[in-house]
Design a protein around this ligand. Structure first.
Ligand code: AMP
Ligand code: MG
Length: 449
């Protein structure tokens, strides 16, 4: 891969080999950067998805119940199907003894209707025989005493200790879902309960919006892969793994590519592989304005690239563009900063919404709480500060947050001590101790829906 691909759109003016870049003079707000990025994404197509793989995906069909659930009126208890009137006045001291004329197990159909003055032994979930209008649970009979004496198998009669009302312990057919009703509409997010309900409709797979495939390319001569022998002067690639984990968490499919070295050939080869089958290519490092030009040159030779300064801390430098596959299809590219915390924070702010859009989800903000700060957050240069904090509820149930360790953008361990990012707005110089900050929480479960 040596020839650059044709430019289209804003980059088309530079039809010669593009050694220049679209630098933006001004900083973008987080929202401006996000809006620009999102304008390049669409919802992905729907695919037939096995139920177990559909968790968190968006349903792309309307599901209509083909039958009643439950399909038949059935017993809610292990007990005896009776005519309620036959049990009138029954008590412990004057039980009503009735003949047992049959048994219905779950999954079997009644062999005969119930005639008044008799009972049929019935298991939970088994269909109620015609003629019966209540179930007396074992607890209200002398079943247990009879079991102890070993006489249940040959049971010919049972003593009932409590009166039953019509309808007692009976679940009506269609009580859960009636045949013909729309159970879930298009666009509904598939949670665990939805998966259960879909299974109860007899479906093993549904049409759901496809999961985005995110290729992750780490760049840098200094990087080793985890698992490789430690070498002096090198660091392990952590960005690919933290970003891959976030991709998985938000419902995408990460594809960690080989590390690209700081040479044209290596990076071109890595991007070539990455473009194959990816809905988004994420790179890390090499996109700061002062960086060695290889990354930027290669990226711009493969499509368009915009290098932005975003008004946020950490993660000011950000690249975004469209890379061209050999077949001409454009694939969005998000270039994260190299610093490990910056990479994560930028992916959260820009990668997460892109994934949500591709997955057909609404742009829900990160789940957040208002927390009283135990420590001050300083904003030195008018950028929005995302401070690593540990948020907790005090004895009164009030959310508070303390800074989680060293706030340098290279210190990843403080990210692991944190459970959220407290935000100091762009224009606020400080949030003081005792003042309130909004904290975007990392791992709140509603975030995936
Ligand atoms: P750069 O954007 O290339 O200037 O990188 C900024 C910092 O991030 C440097 O200290 C790099 O060593 C570090 N860095 C770059 N890529 C990674 C990575 N994949 N994993 C961990 N640290 C990285
Ligand atoms: Mg570098």
């Amino acid at each position: 891969m040596t020839e650059h691909v044709d430019h289209t759109g804003p980059g088309a003016a530079h039809a010669h080999r593009p050694h220049r870049h679209h630098y933006d003079a001004e900083m973008l707000s987080v929202e401006e950067a996000r809006d620009r990025i999102l304008s390049y994404f669409d919802r992905l197509p729907a695919v037939e998805t096995a139920l177990v793989d559909a968790l968190g995906q968006v349903l792309a069909e309307e599901l209509v119940a083909p039958f009643d659930i439950p399909p038949l009126t059935n017993s809610a208890m292990d007990g005896y199907a009776v005519v309620a009137a036959d049990t009138a006045g029954a008590s412990k001291t004057s039980p009503v003894e009735l003949p047992v004329v049959g048994v219905i197990a779950a999954g079997r159909l009644p062999e005969r209707p119930l005639t008044p003055g008799t009972v049929i032994r019935i298991m939970t979930g088994a269909p109620i025989p015609d003629g019966a209008n209540a179930v007396v649970p074992f607890e209200d009979t002398d079943e247990l005493e009879r079991q102890k004496s070993g006489s249940v198998g040959s049971l010919s009669s049972i003593s009932i200790n409590a009166p039953a009302e019509p309808g007692d312990n009976i679940r009506a057919a269609g009580e859960d879902i009636t045949a013909g009703t729309v159970v879930f509409g298009e666009g509904e997010i598939i949670g665990a309960a939805q998966i259960g309900v879909i299974a109860s409709l007899g479906r093993a797979a549904v049409r759901a919006v496809r999961r985005p495939v995110v290729a992750i390319v780490s760049t840098g001569d200094e990087l080793l892969e985890p698992g490789q022998e430690h070498e002096p002067g090198k660091i392990y690639n952590s960005n690919a793994y933290s970003v891959a984990a976030m991709v998985t968490r938000y419902g995408g499919v990460p594809k960690i590519m080989s590390i690209a070295r700081d040479t044209v050939e290596s990076l071109e080869a890595a991007l070539e592989d990455a473009l194959d089958g990816a809905d988004l290519v994420v790179t890390s490092a090499g996109v700061s304005k002062g960086d060695y030009d290889v990354v930027k040159d290669v990226l711009s030779s493969k499509g368009e690239i915009a290098l932005w300064s975003v008004r946020m801390r950490p993660a000011k430098p950000l690249a975004f563009g469209m890379l061209k596959r050999d077949d001409g299809v454009g694939v969005p590219h998000l270039g994260l900063p190299g610093n490990p915390v910056s990479a994560m924070v930028a992916f959260e702010q820009f990668g997460r919404p892109a994934l949500r859009l591709m997955m057909g989800k609404v742009q829900a903000e990160k789940p957040s709480v208002e927390a009283v700060m135990d420590d001050a957050i300083h904003n030195y240069d008018g950028r929005r500060v995302y401070a690593r904090v540990h948020a907790y509820q005090d004895a009164a149930g009030v959310y508070r947050a303390r800074l989680a360790g060293n706030q340098s953008s290279g210190v990843l361990s403080s990210m692991a001590q944190a459970n959220g990012l407290a935000i100091c707005p762009d224009e606020i110089a400080m949030i003081d101790v005792g003042e309130i900050a909004r904290v975007e929480m990392f791992d709140w479960p509603d975030d995936i829906f």
